[in-house]
Design a binder for this molecule. Structure first.
Ligand code: SF4
Ligand code: ZN
Length: 296
């Protein structure tokens, strides 16, 4: 199997591309997404929500490459997941040291008094680990990315397709309206705009890019992922994609056609702040503060 652009052997079958042309293709996809959706301007500083995994490491690397005049910082939330986060943190520290990237580590233990493992073990919350983790992590990412031009996340096409279907299946149209390459309400006080430059790159493409670039990242999964609703949808969509190529891209493309209307319909005209912590919230007390109160 030869590359469709040269005579080298292809490293991927769809599209048929060799190493050099695949890297070009992947980076162009990310660059085009940034330009098309105006994701990143001429910011002095860019914060990348990092985990040490393949997607956020690719995002980190590409922000450094595309925006050499901006100061790029990796912000990582250490939830305290034994055997998983401790390992990805080692990879991330190594990557940041090698690429001279500033690294800011924020931990659940220090911020909330407990690690995620401890919160789950205490059984005080009757919700799934990923829901606890997601709420608390989003809260900390917003809090510690304040002052940066934007916060870049490593969300890929698979993540977005799963999120779209998940919100449809749960009849959460207001949450659905907050998805897209540029998320949240940029005008909201204390809110850092979140952007997803890997929006059109599939999970597989992102994994191949990380391998070809020699990123020293682990492909291990969080032990709690199996308990999540998202994991079921991931398997379902992977199955569909294997039988009906293009399913994930079609889901995301259809969603993008609806997004302007959804945003107009569900725009929050009067965003409020949490009366406990002062962070942006849709209710008097934000979800993170509600959870923290219950785990005390
Ligand atoms: Fe958190 Fe769930 Fe992701 Fe694990 S899989 S890091 S628990 S959101
Ligand atoms: Zn709060």
């Amino acid at each position: 199997m030869k590359c469709k652009k040269c005579k080298e052997n292809a490293v991927i079958s769809s599209p048929h591309l060799c190493r050099k042309h695949f890297i070009e293709y992947f980076e162009k996809k990310v660059h085009d997404c940034i330009n098309k959706y105006g994701l990143i301007g001429r910011f002095d500083s860019i914060c990348v929500a990092s985990s040490g995994g393949k997607d956020s490491t690719a995002a980190l690397y590409l922000m450094k490459k595309f925006f050499p005049e901006s100061k790029v910082t990796a912000l990582v939330i250490d939830e305290g997941i034994k055997g998983y986060r401790d390992k990805t943190l080692i990879d991330l520290k190594r990557f940041c040291a090698k690429n001279k990237i500033n690294l800011n580590i924020i931990s659940f233990k220090k911020e909330f008094g407990k690690t995620l493992d401890e919160i789950i073990k205490s059984k005080k919350l009757k919700i799934k680990p990923c829901n606890i983790c997601g709420t608390m992590r989003r809260y900390l990412l917003n809090k510690y990315s304040r002052g940066y031009g934007c916060i870049v996340t490593g969300h890929n096409l698979d993540d977005e397709a799963q999120a779209i279907i998940m919100n449809l299946f749960r009849n959460q149209i207001d949450v659905l309206a907050r998805l897209g390459p540029k998320t949240g309400i940029s005008a909201q006080k204390n809110f850092t705009q979140r952007v997803k430059p890997l929006y059109f790159c599939s999970e597989k493409e992102s994994a191949i890019y990380a391998l070809l670039m020699g990123f020293d990242v682990s492909f291990n999964e969080c032990p709690y992922v199996v308990e999540s609703y998202r994991a079921d949808l991931r398997d379902l969509l992977n199955d569909y994609e294997s039988r009906h190529k293009g399913t994930k891209l079609n889901i995301v493309s259809s969603f993008l056609k609806m997004l302007p209307k959804l945003k107009a319909r569900y725009a929050n005209s009067s965003p409020i702040t949490c009366k406990v912590c002062g962070e942006p919230s849709s209710k008097d007390v934000c979800n993170a503060c509600t959870l923290v109160e219950k785990i005390r």
